[in-house]
Design a protein around this ligand. Structure first.
Ligand code: GLY
Ligand code: MN
Ligand code: MN
Length: 542
């Protein structure tokens, strides 16, 4: 009898833990700590970094958008709730009780009522026990912090977007944390140069007077991006001046404007976090590879299931079902499913054509798995067979992609794959008579081919040379919208092929290779049966 009782209790325990199970394969606390240590190693003496969590964003009335953490904040902390702030010091600090610390994570306070409505919070205890911080406090304490920000030589923050909601439901939401920080650090927005202004001033400073005609031209172009440059009399005078001595004097004056008027620095964090984030650790690669494989398998399932009567929305749903089946939490960016001419709109997200018909369908989607997002595109004929015209364009894009991937080699310039792909595309378009000369400026390939992926679909990076363990997309495309200046037979063809390439010592590894890419492989896959072939729901219009 006793043994039965024991088995029954064990059964209950297993069942209960089964029901309450949540994913355990997030990045480890040790990973996040190692990233903070790596960032701290780059911080100069007597400096402090302040990184804010994302805020909740309101959708309508009492419904908010699904919360998503700020990737830099997540990278450094692992905290997945809103309304937090991380403070990191370059050197150890000592509190009034003699405790030594070099970082503090401020988190949402535990609150039984709020947790009943909106879910569990980690709280200070969780920040210490789960995230591994040695010092954590409630966010309210940041609002009243006694940290003397003015004593630091440098304060590193990211640029404020100033789009935080002040809901007044919570006295320590990001809005309040930012207000408190600005007050305590004497933040003054007038002390910062706009990025365009900064670049122009730097160019003026570094260019010898004999080459200043080029700078004048750049200033002319920069005015289109930042019309406020017009108010800078010295700069405008420099642009027009012909006298060398006058130019020299103005150069000196403009150079002085680059000198910091504040101890707050808004570029250190983005630059240094880009340097860290562009090279993935083994732990990151495991999650990113999974996100990419899930997305490629989604493409495979849609290839098998697609029929001309299906809608773009329905096809999007099949992709996203596959992601969720694998436990991926989100889409890494709004899914793009565009049939025919819709495929020529680069970031088409309406996905509302009610039947894809016999067109090509461009599908650019990426699962987000434990924070890491894939970015995979396939373009396939809805009826399972490419026409001759579609095949001709597809083969050019495929060849451009293959040639570009071969350049994903350690030490090679990250600009190279794009240059290679562009040559292949132009050669192909010329051969088909779509363009008239090899260096004709044309609108059919309007984007670059290569960006980092990671916690962001367009992950930050410095875009120098390829390094081991970078993961970068290779995504050439040709888009010939209706009405283009070429033979009508090409109209409405929009093709992108996008894969996620891992740079290794042994050369490029295509992480999304599970999704067929050649015309022949795609047609073979589309001829296969799908589990959805007999999936019929009641017709609500009859
Ligand atoms: N899905 C966005 C891109 O390919 O960059
Ligand atoms: Mn991409
Ligand atoms: Mn994409």
């Amino acid at each position: 009898m006793k043994i039965f009782k024991f088995l029954f209790i064990a059964f209950l325990a297993v069942s209960f833990s089964g029901f309450s199970q949540t994913p355990t394969d997030f990045l480890s606390a040790a990973f996040h700590k190692s990233r903070r240590d790596a960032l701290r190693a780059k911080m100069p003496a007597n400096s402090v970094a302040v990184v804010f969590a994302n805020s909740i964003r309101n959708r309508a009335n009492d419904v908010d958008y699904v919360f998503h953490q700020d990737p830099n904040f997540y990278y450094l902390t692992g905290y997945r709730e809103p309304n937090g702030v991380l403070v990191m010091f370059s050197e150890n600090q000592t509190d009034a009780d003699g405790n030594i610390y070099n970082e503090i994570l401020y988190v949402q306070k535990r609150d039984a009522r709020a947790e009943q409505w909106n879910g569990k919070r980690l709280g200070v205890e969780g920040a210490i026990n789960v995230l591994g911080f040695s010092k954590a406090m409630n966010a309210e304490e940041f609002v009243n912090t006694t940290i003397d920000f003015k004593k630091f030589d440098r304060i590193f923050i990211e640029k404020f977007n100033d789009d935080y909601r002040n809901s007044s439901r919570n006295a320590a939401e990001v809005y309040d944390l930012v207000v408190a920080f600005k007050e305590k650090s004497a933040y003054n927005p007038n002390n910062f140069l706009s990025p365009v202004k900064k670049q122009v001033y730097e160019l003026v400073k570094s260019t010898p007077i004999e080459n200043s005609a080029n700078v004048a031209q750049v200033i002319g172009r920069a005015l289109a991006y930042d019309p406020s440059l017009k108010n800078d009399k010295d700069l405008m005078q420099y642009k027009e001046a012909t006298d060398a001595q006058l130019k020299k004097d103005l150069q000196q004056k403009i150079s002085l404007k680059l000198e910091a008027k504040t101890n707050i620095d808004q570029s250190f964090l983005s630059t240094n976090l880009a340097t860290l984030r562009e090279v993935k650790t083994a732990e990151e690669l495991k999650l990113l590879t999974k996100a990419v494989r899930i997305s490629a398998i989604g493409q495979v399932e849609v290839m098998k299931a697609m029929k001309p009567h299906m809608s773009e929305t329905e096809l999007q749903g099949i992709h996203e079902f596959v992601y969720k089946k694998y436990g991926a939490e989100y889409e890494g960016y709004p899914s793009i499913v565009g049939a025919g001419n819709n495929g020529c709109i680069l970031h088409y997200i309406e996905n509302n054509k009610t039947a894809v018909g016999n067109d090509l369908v461009l599908m650019d989607l990426g699962a987000e798995y434990r924070g890491y997002t894939a970015d995979v595109t396939r373009t396939i004929p809805a009826n399972g067979k490419f026409t001759e015209a579609q095949k001709a364009i597809y083969d050019i894009v495929y060849k451009a992609q293959e040639a570009g991937i071969a350049a994903y080699v350690i030490g090679e310039s990250m600009a190279k794959p794009n240059q290679i792909a562009r040559k292949v595309v132009n050669k192909g378009l010329l051969k088909l008579g779509i363009i008239k000369s090899i260096d004709e400026k044309h609108p059919y390939f309007p984007h670059g081919t290569s960006h980092h992926i990671g916690l962001d679909v367009h992950d930050p990076g410095n875009y120098g040379n390829f390094e081991e363990n970078m993961v970068v997309t290779m995504e050439p495309g040709i888009y010939i919208p209706n009405g283009s200046n070429c033979d009508k037979k090409w109209w409405g063809i929009g093709i992108r092929i996008e894969d996620d390439i891992l740079v290794t010592k042994n050369g490029p590894v295509n992480l999304s290779e599970e999704a067929p890419r050649t015309v022949q492989e795609i047609e073979q896959m589309m001829a296969k049966k799908s589990v959805l072939d007999n999936f019929v729901l009641p017709d609500l219009d009859k």
